[in-house]
Design a protein around this ligand. Structure first.
Ligand SMILES: Cc1cc2nc3c(=O)[nH]c(=O)nc-3n(C[C@H](O)[C@H](O)[C@H](O)COP(=O)(O)OP(=O)(O)OC[C@H]3O[C@@H](n4cnc5c(N)ncnc54)[C@H](O)[C@@H]3O)c2cc1C
Length: 448
């Protein structure tokens, strides 16, 4: 049974007679999904039908064919899995503010359940849908191990302020998921016409889908198992080495919800003795990831320079007019036309594969700050490129990562220097000390 603390009641009201609707959005999976667990439990306890809906919109926060292709293929697999549980899966096209209330009315739904997402657009959708419908809305945090609103009631300053709160609450929430029992009767479900759905989307087709990474719950699970058996033992010492690919590669699966962070954490803890590697990995997976959600949940300016801390804003302002040795336009950045072959390689890695190594992401964004006319331009360019090319883009981790690199979010002041002021600086020499830069450049060039 679901821990009721995972549920927030966005709208109170009387549950009507009709079906329980799960408006799936961020957590696109059947297994290990607390929002689906709650929907099925409610439906079975009250002898109601359970229906899962998904609202597919064109032009979502700059997503391109690359991300739509990955997501839609994942949704097709999800439809099959849900049908094995006798749960219809219905894709609604167009504006969710119209399609969700209309669907609720046409089915005379009893209650709307949805998954949690701190991004502004999703919160606005839910608020406005809530105004138009009369039934209750339950929001379940199926993405974080500890529900975001419980982990902390304010924007956290840094990982060190957040970590103790997470540690305290983790034992209450790191529980096993219950098995799902199929719904009793199979309602005739038409199935979605995927060709028509894909044809109807008005999206940028300029960025090609990736072939090397397969979407869906099975593929996510295989990636996890490979990481646990082959890479975890080197995670602590080599995770910041882009020439050695030892990180999990799970971020796109986590972003689309093809795998639960809670499942990953359970597998790591149960199957591996606690050591530097498991500690370092769980720090990223739990503390850093959930800290990003905390930042976006409590800071409405999570994607703007106005969202940074006063010390960072002050120092960047003091260095606003410093002479830049190089200034590039967004277009030059996008086409990897800088003077630095290391930066260009990272940019090409992202363009071609939809993924840039974690360490290079920091270097990449910091150099955009150094080579842009202003911090505002730098942040705009970094978010634009990240969201256009990364498979895991448009994620709280992405906004927070860009804000960390350019605006010092969750970081502290460092030694003052040109352009950066007290924002942490990174340079190529530092990369050369840390890893074999040529090996990384050669490896990427062979792949792309
Ligand atoms: C400029 C910049 C942009 C970024 N853009 C994104 C983005 O669009 N989407 C995205 O998911 N992450 C982003 N990150 C965070 C991080 O770089 C990626 O999550 C990581 O590279 C994903 O690779 P992995 O799954 O192999 O990570 P692993 O090292 O295997 O870590 C496991 C998981 O922990 C989480 N995690 C790891 N590092 C971080 C971090 N620094 N902050 C928060 N969570 C983390 C991720 O969910 C990741 O999948 C960005 C970071 C920076 C500096």
């Amino acid at each position: 049974m679901i821990n009721r603390k995972r549920i927030r009641y966005l709208k109170e009201g009387e549950i009507r007679k009709g079906p329980i609707i799960y408006w799936m959005s961020r957590d696109q999976r059947v297994n290990d999904n607390w929002a689906l667990v709650h929907a099925i439990e409610m439906a079975q306890d009250n002898d109601k039908e359970c229906i899962v809906i998904f609202t597919l919109v064109s032009d979502f926060l700059g997503a391109t064919l690359r991300q739509y292709d990955f997501m839609i293929k994942g949704l097709q697999k999800l439809e099959n899995r849900l049908s094995r549980l006798n749960i219809p899966f219905i894709v609604l096209l167009g504006d969710p503010l119209r399609s969700v209330p209309a669907f609720i009315e046409s089915t005379k739904a009893g209650c709307l359940i949805t998954d949690f997402d701190p991004l502004k657009i999703k919160r606005k959708w839910k608020e406005e849908v809530g105004r138009q419908i009369v039934i209750p809305i339950h929001e379940v945090d199926a993405h974080n191990i500890i529900p975001c609103w419980l982990a902390s009631d304010k924007e956290e300053y840094a990982a060190y302020t957040f970590r103790p709160k997470i540690r305290k609450l983790l034992p209450d929430f790191l529980d096993e998921f219950p098995p799902l029992t199929p719904m009793p009767s199979k309602r005739h479900a038409e199935g979605n016409n995927w060709d028509a759905i894909i044809a109807s989307l008005h999206i940028s087709r300029s960025v090609k889908p990736v072939e090397w990474m397969k979407p869906g719950e099975n593929a996510a699970r295989i990636t996890l198992e490979h990481f646990l058996s082959e890479k975890l033992t080197n995670y602590s010492s080599l995770r910041n080495n882009p020439a050695m690919n030892v990180t999990s590669g799970l971020s796109a699966y986590l972003h689309f919800g093809h795998i639960a962070a809670q499942r990953i954490a359970l597998e790591v803890i149960r199957g591996h003795p606690r050591d530097n590697n498991t500690d370092a990995f769980l720090e990223e997976l739990i503390v850093r990831r959930e800290l990003s959600d905390n930042f976006c949940f409590y800071n409405p300016n999570y994607d703007s320079i106005s969202g940074i801390r006063p010390w960072a804003s002050q120092t960047l302002d003091q260095h606003r007019h410093d002479k830049r040795d190089y200034v590039y336009t967004t277009d030059q950045f996008e086409r990897a036309l800088t003077h630095d072959d290391l930066w260009n390689t990272a940019q090409l890695e992202m363009i071609k594969t939809g993924r840039m190594h974690s360490y290079m992401r920091m270097y990449w964004a910091k150099k955009i700050l150094e080579w842009s006319n202003s911090p505002e331009d730098a942040l705009r360019t970094a978010i634009y490129l990240n969201d256009k090319y990364e498979l895991d883009g448009r994620d709280p981790n992405g906004y927070t990562g860009c804000m960390w690199s350019i605006g010092g979010i969750h970081d502290r002041p460092w030694t003052e220097r040109k352009i950066f002021g007290k924002i942490r600086f990174m340079n190529r020499k530092g990369c050369e000390r840390k890893f074999d830069v040529n090996k990384y450049i050669t490896a990427v060039n062979q792949f792309v």
